[in-house]
Design a protein around this ligand. Structure first.
Ligand SMILES: NC(=O)c1ccc[n+]([C@@H]2O[C@H](COP(=O)([O-])OP(=O)(O)OC[C@H]3O[C@@H](n4cnc5c(N)ncnc54)[C@H](OP(=O)(O)O)[C@@H]3O)[C@@H](O)[C@H]2O)c1
Length: 261
């Protein structure tokens, strides 16, 4: 029997490309799901596809009142064993074109706030938190200044919290996909990835890796071998990665300012 069978999992961003696949696979493992996203229609459609018990709670997570509503809903359902902070947005463009506040709010502040809100419940259940970061949480990439900042922040928060809770019985994990085929990536980003020769994973495979990490003791997981090497290289010899990305800058800028059409 799966280690996740009968566990109650709160999944944010459940209606997205990766989230919906994670929901399907967790349901297949027999987990009881509480799914969130802003669209009630998308949540209902997903709920209708799933075999295991699935509850939905539509909300905008950037509202602290709606976060409180979600907490109360989960309390009424007997609490949760697993919190997956998966909701996120992205922006591609030069620094001066970006709107930072929404990025920081949903990608960084919301997962931090949800960890804080749900910690007492997770302590009681000896549960776990899994925060969905990105390869861009370890590699600063031109065209993604805001997104990289939020995912670097989320990685730092996750590491600090994991160390703070090391003796508590609550596990805190960081999961970092590389580019994945979902609608978070605009057509410009998809075309840029093709021209740069960057691989894109399927959400089904990414979700399977996430579910695997939930049932293991692995605290950090980075997907894709070239990305894993770049992450390490960037940590030790960042000047090498500076040079690599500088050689691709003209192409990235063309896409970032929309002059590739
Ligand atoms: N796809 C990639 O290339 C890639 C690579 C690395 C990491 N990631 C990370 O993986 C996670 C999932 O990404 P994805 O590719 O599945 O993206 P996606 O398909 O765009 O899904 C994003 C999800 O976040 C939810 N969301 C956004 N804003 C919200 C808000 N204010 N309140 C509540 N929910 C909100 C969306 O729901 P509604 O819009 O219905 O509210 C949707 O369910 C993100 O954290 C992303 O940064 C993705």
């Amino acid at each position: 029997m799966s280690l996740l069978a009968g566990k109650t999992v709160l999944l944010t961003g459940a209606t997205g490309g990766i989230g919906a696949e994670v929901a399907r696979q967790l349901s297949g493992e027999g987990a009881r799901l509480i799914l969130t996203g802003r669209s009630v229609e998308k949540l209902r459609a997903l709920q209708n596809q799933l075999a295991a018990e699935t509850l939905i709670y539509p909300c905008d997570l950037t509202s602290t009142a709606e976060q409180q509503g979600l907490l109360q809903f989960c309390q009424q359902q007997g609490g949760i064993d697993v919190l997956i902070n998966n909701a996120g947005i992205s922006q591609f463009g030069l620094c001066q074109q970006q709107q930072f506040s929404d990025l920081v709010s949903i990608n960084l502040l919301v997962p931090m706030q949800l960890c804080q809100l749900f910690l007492p419940m997770l302590h009681q259940h000896k549960g776990q938190i899994l925060n969905v970061g990105s390869a861009f949480g370890s590699i600063g990439h031109p065209g993604f200044t805001g997104y990289c900042a939020t995912k670097f922040g989320l990685r730092g928060f996750t590491e600090a919290l994991q160390r703070e809770l090391a003796e508590s019985g609550v596990q805190v994990k960081y999961f970092a996909p590389r580019a994945t085929e979902t609608s978070i990536n605009s057509s410009d980003v998809v075309q840029l990835n093709q021209q740069l020769g960057n691989s894109m994973d399927s959400p089904t495979w990414v979700a399977a890796q996430l579910v695997k990490q939930l049932t293991s003791n692995q605290l950090r997981r980075f997907l894709g071998w070239p990305e894993r090497i770049f992450v390490r290289l960037n940590g030790v010899f960042p000047a090498l990665v500076d040079m690599g990305l500088k050689s691709k800058l003209t192409l990235i800028e063309l896409f970032a300012v929309g002059k590739n059409h």
